[in-house]
Design a binder for this molecule. Structure first.
Ligand code: BES
Ligand code: MN
Ligand code: ZN
Length: 493
């Protein structure tokens, strides 16, 4: 999809759909009023009739017989200054209708939003449009996507055009990255396996000069002593892969990027059956989404390549399939991680932390400024936070704050969870240095505690996206979260 910013005269702008708002008293913004005038006050009459619902975010499409805009999409806003959350509602609601037309121009930047400028508005409008237009068609025999191909955002005046354009570019990159993550997430486990993910990374590196990729196979992992990672893949016929994608946009001296990278680590369990501690059958299909952390790392890489910011980012993807078999790990097995710490596997369904702990140890090799892992790690996180917030843990309060703020700005929110020492003892084992599960309580916290034992040498955060990475039910599908949060954070650095 093509996104752009423009100071647009609505009475002349050709468009399949012009998006304008009416407040609670049916008052139009300035472009809306101009269009109303140019169309013989048709819009005003329709509003007076009461055809547009009164609830914020209600929409009504008017098909115009004449004029440069073929349709007007009316959205109900409110009087005065809108909250950011309300503006996002308008952005979403209008995008959900506009996705059905071949192009659209949004004039919602004329609204006033608390603590936000038109660049922020543009970013949110574009992100919402990009997300709304996405459709998973790859496995359909009739692969028809949404028609929306061009989305234009009105810049209220020429002074703001440059800033609005930047907002558009960032929103477009966040949408692209999110949709890359959604596509990988939605692909079934029989297509998207660790080998598939490795091939994706190699293809990406071939296309872009600023990206290099390396893939470690099981032999290489064994030589590095990654006994925890490999124990997860043992039960599967699919070989595991530890994928490293190195984006180098940072300052370079003699061709070598010198700034310390941010390392992102994604959990890439391409299917999580639970292993010998097998899961119940209900909704087990959704465990194809257990690589959404990895998918978000791919999404961020795509978004970075789009924007080419002057930073260095390493994306590590811990890819494996968790299956039961005669070769699979058994409860009680003890493995030695790359760090040297031994782990008693009391539950083979707590596999994410096993692939992640060795990947976190491996991450130190890149001398990172910061490490952030992203994982669909615990069902307990879904119980605690539902699907609205990502669970955020960090061994550094400053980093936690920055990530929370990044999520707030782009509407991809996280919630700070405790990583207190008091929780650590639940991982004590009688037979090894630690065990891979805590008790029944605080399951998301104890999983984070487990990871923290392997992230002691750098500043680190962990995002538990078990609730936020995908929707269940009628809207089943990957959300692309937390790509917007991560991009917002990386660009804000
Ligand atoms: N991938 C799951 C976590 C999960 C479950 C995410 C349901 C979203 C929905 C993870 O590998 C897992 O199975 N975790 C266990 C941990 C337990 C055995 C300590 C869980 O949450 O039940
Ligand atoms: Mn599991
Ligand atoms: Zn899992």
């Amino acid at each position: 999809m093509q996104f752009s910013a423009k100071v647009s005269d609505i009475s002349k702008q050709r468009s399949a759909c012009a998006i304008i708002s009416a407040d609670a008293k049916n008052r139009l913004s300035s472009s809306g009023a101009a269009l109303d005038k140019a169309t013989g006050e048709i819009i005003g009459k329709v509003l007076k009739r009461g055809d547009l619902g009164s609830k914020l975010g209600s929409t009504l499409t008017l098909n115009l017989v004449e004029g440069p805009a073929e349709r007007v999409l009316l959205v109900r806003s409110d009087e005065g200054v809108l909250s950011q959350a309300d503006f996002r509602k308008l952005a979403k609601a209008s995008a959900n209708v506009a996705k059905g037309f071949k192009d659209a121009t949004s004039y919602l930047t004329e609204l006033e939003v608390a603590d936000a400028d038109s660049a922020w508005q543009a970013q949110q409008l574009v992100l919402a449009a990009g997300l709304a237009a996405y459709k998973f068609t790859r496995c359909l025999s009739d692969a028809k996507g949404n028609p929306l191909a061009k989305f234009t955002v009105h810049a209220p005046d020429s002074k703001q055009l440059k800033a609005v354009q930047r907002g558009v570019d960032i929103g477009a990159a966040q949408a692209l990255g999110s949709n890359v993550a959604r596509e990988l997430g939605n692909l079934p486990g029989n297509i998207c396996n660790p080998t598939y993910l490795a091939a994706e990374a190699r293809t990406l590196a071939k296309k872009h000069a600023t990206l290099t990729t390396t893939v470690l196979d099981d032999k290489k992992m064994a030589s590095l002593g990654m006994g925890a990672f490999l124990s997860v893949a043992k039960g599967s016929d699919e070989p595991p892969a530890l994928i490293a994608m190195h984006y180098q946009g940072g300052k370079s001296k003699g061709g070598k990027a010198t700034d310390k990278p941010v390392v992102l680590v994604g959990k890439g369990i391409t299917f999580d059956s639970g292993g010998i501690s097998i899961k119940p059958g209900l909704q087990m299909d959704e465990m194809k989404f257990d690589m959404c952390g990895a998918a978000s790392v791919f999404g961020v890489m795509h978004a970075l390549l789009e924007l080419q910011p002057a930073i260095n980012v390493v994306g590590l993807v811990a890819a494996a399939e968790n299956m039961p078999s005669g070769r699979a790990s058994k409860p009680g097995d003890i493995v030695t991680s790359m760090s040297g710490k031994t782990i008693e596997i009391l539950n083979t369904d707590a596999e994410g932390r096993l692939v992640l702990c060795d990947t976190l140890t491996y991450a130190a090799k890149f001398k990172p400024s910061i490490v952030i892992d992203v994982a669909t790690l615990t069902g307990a996180c879904v119980i605690a936070l539902g699907n609205h917030a990502t669970g955020l843990y960090a061994n550094d309060d400053e980093l936690a704050k920055e990530l929370l703020a990044a999520g707030e700005r782009t509407g991809d929110r996280a919630w700070h969870m405790p990583l207190w020492d008091e929780y650590q003892s639940s991982l004590d084992s009688n037979f090894a240095d630690l065990q891979n599960i805590g008790g029944r309580e605080a399951g998301s916290v104890t999983a984070a505690c487990f990871l923290s034992r392997f992230a002691e040498d750098y500043t680190w955060a962990h995002l538990d996206i078990a609730g936020s990475a995908w929707n269940s039910g009628a809207n089943k599908g990957a959300t692309g979260r937390p790509v917007p949060l991560l991009m917002e954070y990386l660009l804000g650095k």
